[in-house]
Design a protein around this ligand. Structure first.
Ligand code: NAD
Length: 260
């Protein structure tokens, strides 16, 4: 069936003129995503919490390639901080076209040792933050009738994993939230999610994770961790017009850990 939209010059991987806000962008996947967005022509808002030097280094790298970029410190678990950050980003760059909800934490702990505080910290950081950031950017996107949101979930949000119950629950929540928002705000605001497998970042370094977990994560068809750039490539695709028929989808750069 014809879409009524002919292929145009805009139908390519190009974020020129777009404003993208990436949460948790001082390190890992967020940093790689911020750099990829800048390389594709976007103005990039680099969110961080307590990592000013690393965020500033990302800004400097973006500026060096000619991209507009600025660091914004905000705790994405705090409603006032998220709304203030969105206002500051829009004052600096104009309306936000793309939001990447990437900030997150991980904890390996047996379920019976997991405290209510552990649960709250995980759910606040990995799920409530996505709710708050979406609440903060969606009114503007609705008023302009355009926008793209990409939420970073995890393959563990689908698979589940022993010793990671709060993380898996939070990431499963991100997937459900993504699909609900995709339905509620379609057709012109697109919301999709990514479920990476294990990726080489500080989050999963040997110093944080048990040898058992690492062995399990490597027991996948590609027998390796992903690289942050390999996840950023999928985010970039979902932010761009190339993915304009994607709505509420879960894309899985994961070396084969989860096949869906
Ligand atoms: N590394 C992996 O194996 C893997 C796999 C699947 C999904 N993920 C997800 O990818 C995302 C990025 O993780 P990463 O691997 O790059 O690790 P990372 O630790 O390098 O990045 C997470 C970032 O989030 C920031 N952050 C944490 N709490 C925050 C808060 N309250 N406000 C603002 N920023 C905050 C951290 O400072 C950090 O810069 C996370 O959502 C993570 O769950 C990672």
């Amino acid at each position: 069936m014809a879409t009524g939209q002919e292929p145009t010059e805009a139908f390519r991987l190009n974020l020129a003129g777009r404003v993208v806000l990436v949460t948790g962008a001082a390190s890992g996947i967020g940093r790689a995503t911020a750099l990829a967005c800048g390389r594709a022509g976007a103005a990039v808002a680099v969110n961080h919490i307590g990592r000013a030097a690393e965020a500033q280094a990302v800004v400097a790298q973006l500026t060096a390639i000619g991209a507009s970029a600025k660091a914004f410190e905000a705790d994405v678990t705090r409603p006032a901080a998220t709304t203030a950050m969105v206002r500051e980003v829009e004052e600096a760059f104009g309306p936000i076209d793309g939001l990447v909800n990437n900030a997150g934490i991980l904890q390996e702990k047996p379920f019976l040792d997991t405290t209510e505080a552990d649960w709250d910290r995980m759910l606040d950081t990995d799920l409530k933050s996505v709710f708050l950031m979406c609440k903060a950017v969606l009114p503007g996107m609705v008023s302009r009738d355009t926008g793209v949101i990409v939420n970073i979930a995890s393959d563990l949000g689908v698979l589940g994993r022993a010793q990671f119950a709060p993380y898996c629950a939070a990431k499963a929540g991100v997937i459900g939230l993504t699909r609900s928002l995709a339905r509620e705000f379609a057709p012109n605001i697109r919301v999709n999610a990514i479920a990476p497998g294990a990726v080489s970042t500080a989050m999963v370094s040997t110093e944080h994770m048990s040898p058992e977990w690492i062995a399990k994560e490597l027991d996948i068809p590609q027998h390796r961790f992903g690289e942050p750039d390999e996840i950023a490539a999928t985010v970039l695709f979902l932010l761009s017009d190339l993915s304009r028929f994607y709505c509420g989808q879960l894309l899985s750069p994961n070396g084969g850990s989860l096949m869906s």
